[in-house]
Design a protein around this ligand. Structure first.
Ligand code: SF4
Length: 66
């Protein structure tokens, strides 16, 4: 897959320095990203700034409660 469609708005992509996670998720496979899951399954306001791409359990909890 291509780069994530939320690159320009995502707090993680814009503010967190983690080249490994960005390469693994933002630049290659956003469908696996916990933040992407919430962006798609709920709405941008439901995505906590501190939610990391590899925290899928948290993402499921957010989605279950939204
Ligand atoms: S952290 Fe997730 S939602 Fe944000 S830009 Fe990267 S892949 Fe997209």
């Amino acid at each position: 897959m291509d780069q994530c469609e939320f690159l320009e708005t995502c707090y993680f992509a814009k503010n967190v320095s983690d080249a490994g996670l960005k390469e693994s998720y933002c630049d290659s496979n956003p469908l696996r990203c916990a933040r992407f899951m919430v962006y798609q399954g709920a709405e941008a306001s439901k995505v906590p700034d501190d939610l990391m791409p590899d925290e899928k359990v948290k993402a499921y909890e957010i989605l279950a409660n939204s």
